[in-house]
Design a protein around this ligand. Sequence first.
Ligand code: ZN
Length: 86
Amino acid sequence: MTPPITSQKHIVVSPEGGIKITEHFDQINGRTRAGKNGKQVMCPVCQCKNRVYHFSWSSMTCTSCKSDVEKEKWLVDQLDTWRTPR
Ligand SMILES: [Zn+2]
């Protein structure tokens, strides 16, 4: 069994040499907020994606692999941003 992943990046290199990061997942931390549109989270075990609308839970069972994953182990989409208006 492979250990759970702790982050994931998806980088696209264009033929012209440009590099674009299309996905960037990191572990949930205390500053992670779902925002009004929710956040995409990735299961660190099977890497399937789920959308959550709040983080007021301590662990969640993956709908795909049925692993009971602690909140801190889930990976949150860093590019799926929602910013608080200043
Ligand atoms: Zn899973």
